[in-house]
Design a protein around this ligand. Structure first.
Ligand SMILES: NC(=O)c1ccc[n+]([C@@H]2O[C@H](COP(=O)([O-])OP(=O)(O)OC[C@H]3O[C@@H](n4cnc5c(N)ncnc54)[C@H](OP(=O)(O)O)[C@@H]3O)[C@@H](O)[C@H]2O)c1
Length: 141
């Protein structure tokens, strides 16, 4: 079992990640970065600012993605990893800016839909009988 955490480079997410790692959980982190190595570096930096660290004892996979990108910007391998391995989703990724343009703010519901799609895919893998219901829910308006 793994836990998907978004927003791991942020204030709330980094504290959450530090606490979950301390308890020995396997984590999959959705991080904005050029690639997984850069993403891992960003997570390490975020953890170090709160006095925590990441080492070989910790079971962490970074998936590059963005909450406001179509399909969360995930590579198909990472999408499969998330739907197959992650049993829990802890969503700390958010824009807490008050100066977003209206267009950018209106873009956010797409992020929510994309997140729901990933969650539904994971549910359908576990409970195939939900497939028909999930297809109806994910149909674009
Ligand atoms: N701070 C608190 O005390 C507190 C308390 C209760 C609830 N909350 C809630 O927790 C959430 C996060 O707050 P925070 O204080 O941790 O904010 P934060 O420090 O600004 O962190 C935001 C996180 O979200 C990520 N993010 C933003 N837009 C993204 C996108 N489009 N795709 C992927 N990742 C994205 C950021 O990644 P980048 O590093 O790439 O920008 C960062 O990791 C908010 O909903 C807030 O209301 C916060």
């Amino acid at each position: 079992m793994a836990i998907l955490v978004t927003g791991a480079t942020g204030f709330l997410g980094s504290h959450l990640v530090a606490g979950l790692l301390e308890r020995g959980h396997r984590l999959v982190l959705l991080v904005r970065a050029a690639d997984a190595v850069a993403g891992l570096r960003r997570v390490r930096d975020a953890l170090s600012t709160i006095g925590a660290s990441l080492d070989e004892r910790h079971d962490v996979t970074v998936c590059v993605g963005a909450l406001d990108a179509p399909g969360l910007g995930l590579r198909s391998e990472d999408r499969d990893l998330i739907t197959e391995e992650c049993d829990a989703y802890l969503h700390c990724g958010a824009s807490v800016r008050f100066d977003l343009s209206l267009a950018a703010a209106e873009h956010l519901p797409e992020a929510v839909r994309a997140k729901l799609r990933v969650e539904l895919e994971a549910m359908v893998r576990r409970e195939p009988w939900l497939a028909e219901k999930a297809a109806r829910l994910t149909k674009e308006p």
